[in-house]
Design a protein around this ligand. Structure first.
Ligand code: SAH
Length: 236
């Protein structure tokens, strides 16, 4: 296994490169890819920046240029369900691009000419990531909860109650909203690469989202990513 680890922002991945044994940095297409051993797993870490195109580009390069065989995206997200609270962790069973709409030519959310709207994450990788998340959360104060289900991605920071309510209406299974996961899912699906997406909830995708998000990414996001990935890599 050669594992690609993507996050959008530095705050979501702080500490991972420092934890690598003999890291080796290469720049390509305006991003730094750092390869090395992370808790004994052959790994390439990279920051995609925000949005679906940025994430798709990064995932493609990870596979085609850096030879990764598996991809994990780790970052933060807005809540898409009343039962999913700030500080909880969501692992995706499947992902959908909530801003994909080529209707009436194709049904809403369908990725044109693929016949698919929801893309399932890899079962085994997701099982391991879920186990790592549960393991990490056990020792966290405030009893954060673990969830598994649908994550939706789009090129929008959702920060209005009306927006998140409309999305929940259209996608009742929704647990979290973010801006990259479903793009990585499509790239990995098309290239035949097993992938998984894990998100810590930073905000409620409402009018308070921007403030909650900033506070959360600065204080909690990378500690979660670090702890969960350490446990994940320890299983291999
Ligand atoms: N205002 C912020 C914008 C960050 S975008 C800034 O100036 O930096 C938010 C990032 O976190 C994206 O990478 C996205 O994947 C995730 N995210 C967190 N909360 C989100 C929300 N409510 N809606 C969409 N994406 C969200």
């Amino acid at each position: 296994m050669r594992l690609g680890i993507i996050s959008a922002l530095a705050e979501e991945q702080n500490g991972l490169i420092e934890a690598m044994e003999s890291p080796n940095k290469a720049s390509h297409g305006m991003r730094d890819y750092t390869a090395g051993k992370l808790w004994n797993v052959d790994t390439v870490c990279v920051l995609s920046r925000i949005g679906k195109v940025a994430a798709a580009m990064t995932a493609s390069i990870l596979v085609e240029k850096f030879g990764v065989t598996h991809i994990v995206f780790t970052g933060v997200a807005g809540s898409g369900d009343l039962g999913v609270r700030v500080g909880d962790v969501v692992v995706a069973d499947s992902l959908v691009q909530h801003d994909m709409d080529a209707s009436p030519l194709f049904s809403r959310f369908e990725i044109p000419l693929t016949g698919q709207s929801h893309i399932a994450s890899d079962r085994e990788l997701t099982r391991r990531l879920a186990a790592a998340a549960r393991d990490f959360l056990q020792n966290e104060p405030g009893s954060p909860q673990f969830h598994r289900g649908l994550i939706a991605s789009g090129d929008q920071f959702i920060n209005k109650r009306s927006q998140i309510a409309a999305l929940k209406d259209a996608l009742p299974e929704l647990l979290a909203v973010e801006m990259e996961g479903a793009a990585v899912a499509q790239v990995c699906f098309e290239l035949g690469i097993p992938f998984s997406v894990i998100r810590t909830i930073s905000d409620n995708a409402n009018e308070d989202a921007a403030v909650d998000f900033m506070h959360f990414v600065q204080t909690v996001a990378s500690r979660y990513a670090y702890g969960i990935l350490k446990s994940f890599c320890g299983q291999t």
